[in-house]
Design a protein around this ligand. Sequence first.
Ligand code: AMP
Length: 422
Amino acid sequence: MYQAVKGTQDILPADRAYWRYVTEQMHAVSALFGLQQIDTPIFEETSLFVRGVGEGTDIVDKEMYSFQDKGGDDLTLRPEFTAGVMRAFIEHGMHVLPRPVKLYSIGPIFRHEAPQAGRYRQFHQFNVEMLGEMDPAVDLDVMSVAWMLLTRLGYRGLNFQLNSTGCRKCRPGYRAALVDYFKAYEDRLGDVDRRRLAINPLRLLDSKEPAVQPLLDAAPHSADHLCDECATHLAGLRGYLAALGMPYTINFRLVRGLDYYTKTVFEVWAEGIGSQSAVCGGGRYDGLVEELGGPPTPGIGFAMGIERVIASLKQQGITPPALAEPRVQVSPLGEAARLPAIRLVNDLRAAEIGALLAFGGRSLKSQLKSADKAGVAYTVILGDTELANGVAVVRDMASSQQETVAADGIVDWLRARVIRNT
Ligand code: AMP
């Protein structure tokens, strides 16, 4: 028996109402901010991610689904959206568009991580990018997308975790201070953390190793090493967040897993959703477009895990609106009624009334049973007598009352009674 590959899952019809609700809100909120949708391919050249995400990151070192295709090209299933969106931005000369260029995407992401609750190897993200503006008001705009979306979905107790990782100018100083600090404790570090110290010391800040935790309390904070420009940027953003009443906590350990972040990094945490409390995270990446061969272009974005959002909605008891379902079943009794029944079902659907045809020539009793199971409001019964008289019998499934209705008026009769199905 085949099974879904480890770390992947089927999204079954039973979960569709959640997916529809969440993704529709994503489109709706994006529209309010002037974000435009962009879809990039699911695979790109491997080197795009190595360069964009950065060597020494978990994603590039351990988690990419990379392969050679039949033509010998080195390709990778996207482990995040940003690099591909930047590639498209550069390739299509989008830097000439009015700034900031605001883009969003929704789709699958692939990472070879250790599967566990809330962590998959194929999962979906809602990804937002705003490009071409240094103004901290753009940082606020990006963070507001996440905030408004999660608020509309029903989250309460939201809080931003915020930090600034500095820029090309000030980060080397901070990095050196971190290395200095941790060098003194190198004998306490495990292999992974020692490697981080050598390649990517900022990553030590999100080490989960118990031995490292006490060291972190006294580790230097990036906020104390910011250049004037980065400090002013952070202060500006904090002022805006305070003005809008969006609570935030400065979290000096927040560095995020990807190499390209500069200045602002943030996550959104929601109360009461357990260990996966970060539903979304992102930050500024002012050097990335240039790094990938484009014109110098600042940018900021975030990604939100859709499976995690849905899991936490369920955990919080937030239910999505039900999906539209057919409200009418048409039940032909006998061969002669089949074609008129097929026509009627067709006419109902054309009038935007969801309709099911009872297949298989079963008894009326069993047809009514299946109508009940399908949850329709009305069953139209078409038998020989009804055909001969140019009528149909309509049964109200809730009350079991039956009424005889002229065949040529039946679409209008039902339209007046069932909720439109669009
Ligand atoms: P990242 O791209 O790592 O910053 O992740 C952004 C968001 O994607 C996270 O806050 C999670 O909601 C979600 N996410 C990341 N990795 C996974 C995963 N393996 N499975 C499910 N969701 C994930």
